[in-house]
Design a protein around this ligand. Sequence first.
Ligand SMILES: [Zn+2]
Length: 155
Amino acid sequence: MSAFNAFQESKLRQLQDELRQSRPDAANEVQRKGVSLCGSALTEVDGVTVVIKPTGRSPRGGFVVPAVRTYHKDSLDAAVSASRDFAEQRSRDLDLDRGGLKNPCEWERGHFGPIVKIDWSCNSPDCPCNNGEEIGWRRYRSLEIPKPMTRRKAS
Ligand SMILES: [Zn+2]
């Protein structure tokens, strides 16, 4: 596994400090969970993957929660509340299932499972990322890159 860079190490400390202050329930030591081919560093907050980008300038920026499709203006807040946001997303999706409004498989962003690996697939076998989705689309799903122009699935 390649190492977190200096920026990512400083962001990991920032996240740890913020958790100690605002979420002592989830403030156990944040771990280094791997680095993707493109240099994104992975950690976990309360059972949900948080990505630290390779660079950034915004003081509270640099974080992404790949499983959660909701957009946050302040990405440090998004990282701190990752598990709550993921739980809310899942319950919204399940409500939609019951109401028959939209199949969550149609969502192009976010994941069904809270843990996302460095290949941008998650820990839910039902998630589209684990059912033939191309790497570019998995990265898009994980809020890594803009929408690809290629086909979503291998055929
Ligand atoms: Zn997934």
